[in-house]
Write a protein of this length. Structure first.
Length: 116
């Protein structure tokens, strides 16, 4: 069973930065992808960014391109989300997501609150 352990959320001011971390436990082989989704108040969960393990490609939602950067630590099955120039619209619970052998796993979520 895969467990995704997240950390790094918090409350910041608009324009500040935060870095989220996620480590997958319970698997020794590499995932297909690891990434982040978020769910803001009254909004459905949405894709933020993902890292594909096989070719190290990265993918971003248009709303975060140029501000957020996803990176990985291959040996630890970990991903990081560096979030810069945060705005109140980025306020959400951020969920780590991973796909192993066609099965999807989710972290417990970490709150990010950005005040103006």
């Amino acid at each position: 069973q895969v467990q995704l352990v997240e950390s790094g959320g918090g409350s910041v001011q608009a324009g500040d930065s935060l870095r989220l971390s996620c480590t997958a436990r319970g698997r020794s082989n590499s995932p297909y992808t690891m990434g982040w989704f978020r769910q803001g108040p009254g909004i459905e969960r949405e894709f933020v960014a993902a890292h594909k393990w096989s070719d190290a490609s990265t993918h971003y939602a248009d709303s975060v391109k140029g501000r957020f950067a996803i990176s990985r630590e291959h040996a630890k099955n970990s991903v990081y989300l560096q979030m810069n120039s945060l705005t109140p619209e980025d306020t959400a619970v951020y969920y780590c997501n991973a796909v192993w052998l066609g099965r999807e796993y989710w972290g417990q979520g970490t709150q990010v609150t950005v005040s103006s």
